[in-house]
Design a protein around this ligand. Structure first.
Ligand code: DGY
Length: 327
């Protein structure tokens, strides 16, 4: 639907970085959910989409068939994320609605965070920081807060998309041996980056660090569960910056408590935000972050702009640069 100035109505489900706001306001009639720290309640979203042609959303909104049904004029859903598991793609496709996302711009930033989690878990950074504030640092001591080496250790990547490859580059720079498992072998990348393919179970058995870089799909749901933890080394560390649904959290809790694996670094959880009372958060060998993989000012600004640009492209009848679905 359009306003008097011929601009199409769009609803934006959060306050977004300025480049996205400015671009959208130039081309569209915008309404925002103005609370930065709280997602728009589903009931409000259902009302807000009634007259919009574009819906600009975050990964924290569930864009299911009920939202799509409540939006009879909807032409495009643009998500300010690379992941789009929060959108019912089939329902959008059935209505001829395009979907766009923001791949590419967040690759290096997310790989930085995955590697930061690898370093924090291996060298026990958060535990060590807490030890100081709790007064547990009494004297320099040979094994006080001793972690494990990164140099010379092996990293197993599950998934070799853009972020997996960026993680491999970082790991090689730190002198790690890098293995990967992916549905498709990529011998060119193997040669170029000096990494090796391993079958899934072998990767779990031989890796000192295992980092997940797969999307949330039916196929990857709880890909890492009790059987997989049982295959890992007792010194293994699991890093997850992909999606919480890829790991069975109960099995992870059991593996961390029993010493089946040494530690885990998580940026994503099955339910987000994770409850502050969640038992996982009490474990000293778990480093938890609030889904901040792509959270740098530069990257979030680029994501905001990309999603805005593609929304405007679709509303103007042009193909988006980054389609999930080009209806
Ligand atoms: C995404 O974009 O899907 C990440 O999880 C957050 O940036």
């Amino acid at each position: 639907m359009t306003n008097n100035a011929g601009k199409k109505n769009v609803y934006i489900t959060r306050l977004i970085p300025a480049p996205g706001v400015e671009y959208l306001q130039e081309h569209c009639q915008c309404r925002f959910w103005e609370q930065d720290n709280e997602p728009v309640p589903q009931a409000v979203l259902l009302k807000e989409v009634a007259d919009v042609s574009g819906l600009y959303c975050m990964l924290s909104e569930r864009i299911d068939a009920s939202v799509i049904d409540a939006a009879p004029h909807l032409e495009v859903i643009s998500t300010m994320s690379v992941g789009f598991d929060h959108i019912d793609v089939d329902a959008a496709s059935a209505r001829g609605i395009s979907i766009t996302h923001t791949p590419g711009v967040l690759t290096e930033t997310t790989a930085d965070l995955a590697f930061a989690l690898l370093m924090a878990t291996s060298r026990r950074l958060i535990e060590a920081n807490r030890a100081i504030s709790k007064g547990h640092w009494k004297a320099w001591s040979p094994l006080f807060m001793a972690g494990r080496d990164i140099y010379g250790a092996s990293l197993g990547l599950i998934g070799l998309g853009r972020i997996g490859k960026a993680m491999a580059r970082r790991a090689r720079g730190f002198g790690m041996r890098v293995y990967y498992y992916s549905r498709q072998r990529d011998e060119e990348v193997e040669a170029k980056q000096g990494i090796s393919y391993l079958p899934f179970d072998e990767l779990l058995q031989y890796s000192d660090f295992i980092s997940l870089h797969v999307p949330a799909t039916g196929e990857t749901f709880q890909l890492i569960s009790t059987r997989e933890f049982n295959l890992m080394k007792p010194t293994a560390v699991l890093i997850n910056t992909a999606r919480g649904s890829v790991v069975n959290e109960e099995a992870l809790f059991a593996a961390l408590v029993s010493g089946q694996i040494r530690a885990a670094g998580l940026d994503v959880f099955a339910e987000e935000p994770i409850s502050p009372d969640h038992p996982l958060l009490e474990l000293p060998n778990l480093v938890a972050l609030p889904h901040i993989g792509s959270a740098s000012v530069e990257t979030r600004s680029k994501m905001a702009y990309l999603a805005a640009e593609d929304m405007v492209e679709v509303l103007a009848g042009r193909p988006p640069r980054f389609p999930v679905l080009n209806a």
